[in-house]
Write a protein that binds this ligand. Sequence first.
Ligand code: 13P
Ligand code: SF4
Length: 332
Amino acid sequence: MGVLDLKTTKALQNTASIYERVKSVIPPMEWTAFAEDIDAINQLKQQKNAIILAHNYQTPEIFHGVADIQGDSLALAREAVNAKADVILMAGVHFMAETAKLLNPKAKVIIPDTKAGCSLAESITADDVKLLRKTYPGVPIVTYVNTSAAVKAESDICCTSGNAKKVVESLGVPEVIMLPDEYLAQNVAKETSVKIIAWKGHCEVHERFTANDIELFRKQNPGVIVLAHPECPPEVVEAADFAGSTAHMIDWVGEHKPKRVVLLTECSMSDNVAASNPATEFVRPCQLCPHMKRITLGNIRHALETMTHEVSIPAEVADRARRAVERMLAVK
Ligand code: 13P
Ligand code: SF4
């Protein structure tokens, strides 16, 4: 390595304690390249009274380096309600930033890249939901948070992968419509007596996993424990040892401390969980979410410097969408 300039040396000193937490998953050379942005972001947060909420799929330098709160979609929504900061930066995808804005309308909510979308959110429009309501009069509509605010506004209640079954059963009805993730709906349907009418949306990351993949992982990695996200096809969830939201998977690893594990979900999560579970070996099929990966240290820094891109939702849509999200948060 050549001689480091003064700025980098200072940034490395300031971020040394953070690096201790991630040194098993980020080589020193890479940290040298990240340190200046991490240091600058952590100072900008103080100057602007900003906090960073980061989804579990963010890369480790973001997840461990600059995030104030990390979690699955449900945890990030709950944390947004209580956030006291003037500014909330969402290190995640657009629907997550919209949900934060719905729940904390006074805060300025910014997202570093407005193109950070989601194949599920793209799969359905507000007009589709209106049509479904006409087709199935009186059947409640449960909408996954992975949707636009406009779609949420046409729904009765939201759910996440962490509470879908509870939300469906909280309604006390024999039948619900569940949008837009077909596989999540089918996976929940297997666990409840409530009849579920599904939409045909899929997550472009989780739909790629197959039951054959699991067979191969087990053959090539004796004793491996397989955890799957419920956005995976039902045959994958069935062949796995455990299925749950990203937070439930993280908790499972922490509690059971498996020797070897494979997480059938977005692959940055394995890095994040590996950093806090050094005794577990992670088998790593890498399925990246291109939308989550639009968020980088560089654009987080730029977003905080320029206070862009601000998320706003028309009041008439926001009021109705907020009702659906708040109704979900009230389900115990
Ligand atoms: P959870 O973190 O809520 O399980 O969601 C996974 C996901 O794909 C979010 O985009
Ligand atoms: Fe959407 Fe799937 Fe990416 Fe999550 S992982 S943001 S559900 S495309």
